[in-house]
Design a protein around this ligand. Structure first.
Ligand code: PMP
Length: 292
């Protein structure tokens, strides 16, 4: 069966799902998006993803043109028509079709909205068993006062430049610092450290995405009796941590065992990370909006 893509209110076959070359999402990265996941017939934290999308839209003065409820139903229907129970869902809202100028008022026909629901592509299992190696990239995360990384905008060039450095180093992920040199996040994931039994993660005010998976970890850790603190972190804090892991919708929770040539802890995924991975797995199967 050819996968069906939701595009502006209709389901169209994958190969017919096209947008205009005058769409400002394409011309300028003007728009917002979400990456969402479904597990065993349930969409994990769907409403939280939609709320983040609407927050970003509000920040860039983008009128989505569909209500939260309508968008929610469109996401669920995308899974139903494609007969998917476990999937990765990309929801994109662009400013729509305009002219060659920046002026968003020219996009008078309204947003382009599309939803792609696809079979999930996991990182190799080995990466979860053995952990990742990171390097700190030279590309700094967008400054909060310029383009706040809390907005999951279609303009991901900042992250792509960082990813290019990571790929050139032969690795899978990299550590991005804020403009003033504090630990921010990875190119597509949030970061946590575990030091002397406490979890620490950078505050959102530093300029990171307020990750849905980050939030889930901050909920799970206290249930394990582990304190979580949001605080400014330096590379030194990373190097001396007992454990380190990344969180994201696509990556879930993935251990980090080496950063800039320094082994983290004993160089193996630690017990707190492993326990959180197991608990997150359970949470994703029991929580979530049922598809049907
Ligand atoms: N930071 C960035 C830059 C990301 O792109 C993502 C992925 N959406 C995350 C963090 C993790 O966020 P979430 O857990 O909501 O997927």
């Amino acid at each position: 069966m050819t996968p069906l893509v939701y595009l502006n209110g209709k389901f169209v076959p994958k190969w017919e799902a096209k947008v205009s070359v005058f769409d400002h999402g394409l011309l300028y990265g003007d728009g917002v998006f979400e990456g969402i996941r479904a597990y065993s017939g349930r969409v994990f934290r769907l409403d939280e993803h939609l709320q983040r999308l609407y927050r970003g839209a509000r920040a860039i003065l983008l009128e989505v043109g569909m209500t939260h409820e309508e968008l929610r139903e469109a996401v669920l229907e995308s899974l139903r028509v494609n007969n998917l129970q476990d999937a990765y869902i990309r929801l994109v809202v662009t400013r729509g079709i305009g002219d060659l100028g920046l002026d968003p008022r020219k996009c008078s026909q309204g947003c382009t909205i599309f939803i792609i629901a696809d079979a999930i592509q996991l990182y190799p299992e080995q990466m979860y068993q053995e952990g990742l190696e990171l390097i700190t990239v030279t590309t700094r995360r967008n400054d909060v006062t310029a383009l706040n990384p809390a907005i999951k905008s279609l303009n991901y060039l900042n992250n792509i430049l960082a990813k290019i450095e990571v790929v050139r180093a032969g690795l899978h992920e990299g550590l991005m610092l804020s403009a003033d040199g504090y630990v921010a996040e990875a190119t597509g994931d949030n970061i946590f450290l575990c030091t002397r039994g406490r979890l620490v993660t950078p505050p959102t005010s530093i300029g990171i995405l307020d990750g849905i998976t980050r939030d889930a970890v901050m909920q799970l850790a206290p249930e394990m009796g582990i304190v979580v603190e949001e605080k400014l972190l330096t590379q030194y804090d990373v190097y001396i941590a007992d454990e380190c892991f990344l969180t994201g919708t696509a990556a879930e929770i993935i251990p980090v065992v080496k950063v800039d040539g320094r082994l983290i802890g004993d160089g193996k995924p630690g017990p707190v990370t492993r326990e959180l991975m197991a608990r997150f797995h359970d949470l994703t199967r029991k929580e979530g909006v049922p598809i049907s």
